[in-house]
Write a protein that binds this ligand. Structure first.
Ligand code: ZN
Length: 133
């Protein structure tokens, strides 16, 4: 009888140890995910361009490219270079967009009011099924 109890006790303690390992690894996964989310939130990776509220195009910040945004008489030349996006030349009279410093972080944007152009940095998260926990 005593032996039987011992066996059960041993099994229970092993179970408890497994729980600790499980919780520890779970915490580790959460920690890693938090780091990934934190760093990806720091640096955006997609440039979203809308003209007059409509999606004009989406571009990766990681690929150097030049985008001509034409809307009627309006013209903005968007340059994506070294992980940053900026407006090089624009037809607007105020020139606010072309004098704006380059944007690269999530949520940053360059807005050209006369041409109704919004250039916004977005971080694409939860895009892969492996991120959904
Ligand atoms: Zn402008």
């Amino acid at each position: 009888m005593g032996k039987f109890k011992d066996i059960i006790k041993k099994q229970e303690s092993r179970k408890a140890r497994n729980d600790v390992i499980f919780i520890a690894s779970l915490l580790l996964v959460v920690l890693v995910l938090a780091c990934v989310l934190f760093f990806s939130a720091e640096e955006g990776n997609t440039v979203r361009v809308t003209v007059d509220g409509r999606l004009f195009g989406e571009y990766s910040l990681l690929e150097n490219t030049t985008v001509e945004i034409v809307n009627g008489d309006g013209y903005n030349l968007l340059i994506i270079e070294d992980g940053k996006a900026y407006v090089d030349t624009a037809s607007c009279p105020d020139g606010i967009c072309s004098s704006h410093r380059p944007v690269s972080r999530n949520g940053e944007s360059i807005i050209c009011l006369p041409n109704k152009v919004v250039i916004e940095i977005h971080t694409v998260t939860n895009s892969g099924p492996d991120i959904a926990v």
